[in-house]
Write a protein of this length. Structure first.
Length: 122
């Protein structure tokens, strides 16, 4: 994945998190939110998943480890998305870090829902 496409994915993640928070509020702030993604490319491709939600309205991994981070990004950006990344989880800070092959990374703070995008500068 190129650095530009990774930047695009960062923006897509921010948009998805905003939509999820709005849906969470509209649905009465459930502990688990049903995600019903519909692909415009294939009208028969409905993907339904669930994501655990923090009290503040952001998605959190079901497990506090790399596997939980992997499952979370797949729920948010699409099944199999995690296979394109290196993933790390910092138990002390509660941060899922998603790294591309070009040195850029997206860090997702599970304690606050904050997203940090870091690019490698040359």
């Amino acid at each position: 994945m190129s650095q530009q496409s990774f930047n695009d994915e960062h923006n897509r993640l921010l948009n998805i998190l905003g939509v999820i928070r709005s849906q969470w509020q509209l649905q009465g702030r459930p502990q688990k939110l049903k995600l019903d993604w519909h692909s415009e490319l294939n009208s028969n491709n409905n993907v339904i998943g669930y994501v655990a939600m923090a009290d503040g309205g952001w998605p959190i991994p079901d497990q506090q480890n790399v596997k939980g981070c992997s499952q979370l990004i797949d729920e948010l950006l699409g099944t199999g998305y995690s296979e394109t990344l290196s993933i790390d989880y910092n138990f002390n800070t509660g941060v899922c870090r998603y790294m591309g092959t070009h040195g850029s990374s997206i860090s997702y703070q599970t304690t606050s829902g904050r997203v940090i995008f870091v690019t490698e500068s040359h």
